[in-house]
Ligand binder design. Sequence first.
Ligand code: PEP
Ligand code: MN
Length: 589
Amino acid sequence: MTLRAVYQGTIGSYSHAALEKLFQARKLEAELEGQPSYQRVATAVVSGAADVGLLPLDSNIAGTVREGYDLLAQYDLVPLLELEERVDHHLLGLPGATVSDVREVLGHPLALAECGRFLGTLAAARAVPASDTGAAAAEVARSGDPKRTAIGSLETAKRHGLVSLAETIADHPEARTRFVLFAAPKAAAEVRALSVPGSRKKTSLVLATRHEHGALVNSLSILSNAGINLLKLESRPKLGKPGEHLFYVDLEGDDREPRIGEALAALRASALELRVIGSYDAAGGPTDVPRAPDTVCAPPRSADAPPAEMPASAAKNWPKASRPTRPKGTRVVVGGVEIGGDDFVVVAGPCSVESRAQVTETAKHVARFGARLFRGGAFKPRTNPYAFQGLGWEGVALLGEAGRAAGLPIVSEVMSIDQVERMAREVDMLQIGARNMQNFDLLRAVGKTDRPVLLKRGLSASLDELLAAAEYVLAEGNPNVVLCERGIRTFETATRNTLDLSAVPVLRERTHLPVMVDPSHGVGVRRWIRPLCRAAKAVGAHGILIEVHPNPEEAKSDKDQALTFEDFRTIMDDLGKTPWGAELEAAAP
Ligand code: PEP
Ligand code: MN
């Protein structure tokens, strides 16, 4: 069966791109047809001229697309699945055109709303709503006028022979539009089968509350008492009904679940009006990689399942570190933050502390986007004596100041025995760098303190040697050691080191100590860090350590691997760590 699918716009619009991706991924034959308005998309499906339609529900920048919800409700359309399309808006113009000469910016109303801040900087330009992105670009190309521009993606530019005059112009670089694919109530079974049974569901509704004190709170408590998670709540005044509001609501779950069905019935009884648009498959969205289950701590499948096999060196060389000593695993608490528990802990900060402004700004940003510990080097183990050696104790003080201001405990490297005592007073966690993993006297010295220790794997150390090094700290009476895989030397030269992710499951089996991963030093190249952060979580690490700098090009050490604040935010988004509202706060002046 060839599906007939309709969307608003023309080829080159974001809706078209979202549909193409969906059908390609599902390996389905489909004919796509653009429509001039949202209304026409809905009626094409209602009339049977199309099998499915695509309507936007909201943009993470511009908010709810009221018409999307209203049309679905009005025609009793059946939502099937949600699609999230990342939109990368560029200002497109004719080759040779310049931003300073722009007089007109054509764009889909949603795109214009998403780029408000950028448009505000073009004092001489007028924003002109266009029916869609593709049509806006086509019009600019047709006119041949270098003063006219359009908002669209690079693909749109290519398609219409335009070039990008300014890139990533949306108010936030992670602009996303959320669409829903829907069918008519009597759609054929093949069409309904686009929604996959068993997938994670969302339910959308439009709610009108009475013009009474506490009406919204009552409605929300019905949902909350039923244990329903609210994913979205946006309101607008009901036109022509002063004081009454419509609420656009998304919930987690399927309205066929009795718990949700009953709550919606109660809601209907108490509200002025309730339109349940329906339940549909939630988009994968940002990949929140689940952490791999702990094979050792998981209950054995049968009572006589053999315990994990320990190498002979466990009992002989690192008995205190070996898993059977503490089968449930150690949780190391650093300034109130637990490493080794259920939470995947992100430790971030610059490679080196360079200035008050640099650490203050970095700490503020990483805290806002969900980092739990702030890390920066003040004593730097540099490969040659002429490279920046760190700010020393002044750096430690600046790190502490920045951490306190951002509410984050701090971690810093200690390089010699004579630094240990003072460092233990000034920081929350002592880092032993890769080059010192086998500096046994230093290990003994940190073992005598009561500070948690972050022990990095040596450049050419085996896991057995790493565990034996940890044993030095444990043997002195300090039980709080966190191990860190940070890449090892191999024959490979494409990456700075070879990040040995297989170390994680092996260590998790052999030791009760928490295990973290440092993808920054592991690969040493900014753009390769992001996928490895997800990978670290997926293989079962308890957290990651990453380097972030306000201006990587100017970093005094490890600049090639320093992440920008934006890179950091993307990674936190991937990991499902960005706290609610952080984007809004970050966007605030
Ligand atoms: C660091 O963490 O900045 C550092 C020097 O790392 P490593 O000891 O792993 O090289
Ligand atoms: Mn570094």
